[in-house]
Write a protein of this length. Structure first.
Lengths: 315, 249
């Protein structure tokens, strides 16, 4: 019984979501391997080798692995599983990249994937949210290799032993380019802020902000003072007040920071699905009846355009 | 070029579901059902591509019980040319649906298959990727822009932290994100027209597909509830609570 975690990275740094997936993998199996597939990604393999509880890192490095295209990465994972023969679990973090690749691997293995697990009950039984988290299903898989995506907020991050020697790194032959899909480019916002899914504090805004100018003008100073990431409700994103990848909710990002500050967010069930596991929730809203108050630890019934600047002054 | 679109019948997104008291599942009897919102976006995109003259026929497929006919009629009213119901009373898993769609791809030979990125009932986010794997073709998930030519499709995808652009060789599978388009409203004349369009019924068996579930649902529970906390009078009271009670700032 060995679990294989597919590392997520940008060829330089291991993404923190991988560490949560390793913790879930340890609950599935006592032996955990990590696959790093990339291009010029030696430092990532070295970082992965320092993760507590990982016994082997498998490293494939080639130009066709520079961007995690589902076709190539899935082929790489399948080759590894077939040649090793010992893997019982394959885990991906439930990020945009993990969600993209995992089902491709599962289908190639003729396996039913288990998405977004929040708990490992036993090596074949898992809890996962359905209906936007309004119900929790306990499911059992009978497939010989279980393909799983891990909701990162459900598992602590495995620790990294910085400076330690690290476990063994084995080189793999890289899978060939599929020739079907070509990476043309990317636009990734460069920001000093913490990443939304990894942030300790999140300041999030809703439609009440009224415009993208106001969204920035009112919420940015608060986020700066709190060292927070910025998030948004679907309504705010649909209205163009905030970028798409700031959306918190059922179909956006699932977050669980220490502190979540919801400003002018009414609290539709789809939004609550994305943030209700936060440790402390603060809601600032004019409407006393807003559903967000039913999950908030501290609710302030006030005009956010007055309350937020006042808060900034006090920090 | 034909475009195949998969549409799922789900509990309407405005309905709050209830877990059955015996924990055997979610009680969906008598609830309002609708087309999965992401599938509506998928269908809208296909219809727009046809309206631009880039596709010749839009085929909508739904897999499930007889009632999926209603979902398909909605799809035909939005602008699909014909519908295919793959009827089964088996509770379908994404892998089973992907196998059905693969069989239909073999039969219909579409240039492009568009699906919603996830269904809002099981929240699986698997079917499109699985179909691409089974059909050995390229995939682009979470699309926010689709540009189709005769042999390629260029897709802008929503990824963590921004956007990514891919070019895929056709045939290919695309799954839609929220901001790809805004689906049109269905008009009465189009509902009337839809009644005259062809709707074929097949079964998984007739397509040679085994849809036996692989995953056993042991139980379904309510999530842990979060109780409402306290209301604070003003910002200084909030600051006090966060510092001294919650100790988070």
């Amino acid at each position: 019984m060995t679990a294989l975690v597919i590392a997520e990275h940008d060829n330089q740094h291991l993404k923190p979501a991988t560490l949560n997936a390793v913790t879930a993998a340890q609950a599935c199996s006592s032996i955990v391997h990590v696959l790093v597939a990339g291009s010029g990604s030696k430092t990532v393999a070295e970082q992965a080798a320092q993760i507590e509880g990982v016994s082997t890192v498998l490293h494939a490095d080639a130009p066709q692995l520079a961007h995690p295209l589902a076709e190539v990465i899935a082929a790489q994972v399948i080759e590894l599983i077939k040649s090793a023969g010992s893997y019982t679990h394959v885990l991906f973090a439930s990020t945009a990249s993990g969600k993209n690749i995992a089902p491709r691997v599962a289908a190639l293995l003729d396996t039913a994937q288990i998405s977004d697990i929040i708990k490992v009950v036993s090596s074949d039984t898992f809890d996962r949210p359905i209906y936007a988290g309004n119900a929790i299903a306990t499911v059992q898989s009978s497939d010989p290799v279980k393909v799983i995506t891990v909701r990162t907020t459900g598992f602590d991050a495995a620790s990294i032993n910085k400076g330690a020697q690290g476990c063994e790194i084995k080189s793999l032959n890289a899978s060939a380019d599929s020739g079907q899909s070509t990476f043309l480019g990317q636009e990734v916002a460069v920001s000093d802020r913490p990443e939304l899914t990894a942030a300790k504090v999140i300041v999030s805004g809703g439609r009440a902000l009224g415009s993208s100018e106001k969204f920035n003008e009112v919420l940015t100073p608060l986020a700066d003072k709190l060292g927070a990431a910025l998030g948004a409700s679907r309504a705010a994103v649909d209205a163009g007040y905030a970028p798409n990848d700031w959306q918190v909710g059922q179909t956006g990002k699932i977050v669980a920071p220490e502190l979540y500050v919801a400003c002018g967010i009414s609290g539709a069930i789809q939004h609550l699905a994305g943030m209700k596991d936060s440790k402390v929730i603060v809601a600032i809203n004019k409407d006393a009846e807003a559903p967000i108050f039913s999950v908030a630890d501290y609710g302030l019934e006030a005009d956010l355009f007055e309350a937020v600047p006042e808060w900034v002054k006090l920090l | 070029m034909k475009i195949l679109v998969a549409v799922k019948r789900v509990v309407d997104y405005n309905v709050k579901i209830r877990v059955k008291s015996d924990q055997s599942g979610v009680d969906i009897a008598n609830l309002k059902m609708s087309m999965n919102p992401f599938d509506e976006i998928a269908l809208e995109e296909a219809v727009r591509l046809k309206e631009k003259g880039l596709a010749t026929e839009v085929i909508a497929v739904s897999c499930g019980p007889t009632q999926c006919q209603e979902t398909l009629r909605t799809a035909l009213a939005i602008g699909a040319d014909r519908g295919i119901l793959v009827e089964t009373s088996t509770e379908l898993e994404p892998l089973g649906v992907a196998k059905i769609l693969k069989a239909l791809m073999d039969k219909e030979q579409p240039g492009l298959v568009i699906l919603g990125k996830q269904a809002i009932d099981d929240d699986c986010n698997q079917t499109g990727q699985m179909l691409a794997a089974l059909a050995s073709c390229a995939q682009a998930t979470f699309a926010s822009k689709v540009e189709l030519t005769s042999d390629h499709v260029k897709v802008i995808r929503e990824v963590d932290g921004g956007l990514e652009t891919l070019s895929l060789k056709l045939p290919a599978v695309v799954t839609t994100d929220l901001r790809l388009n805004e689906p049109r409203f269905v008009t009465l004349p189009n509902i009337m027209k839809a009644k005259k369009k062809t709707l074929d019924t097949l079964t998984p068996e007739s397509l040679g597909v085994d849809v036996t579930p692989r995953i056993k649902m042991l139980k379904v529970c309510d999530p842990p509830t979060r109780s409402a906390g306290t209301k604070v009078a003003d910002i200084s009271a909030l600051m006090d609570k966060l510092k001294n009670e919650a100790k988070v700032i």
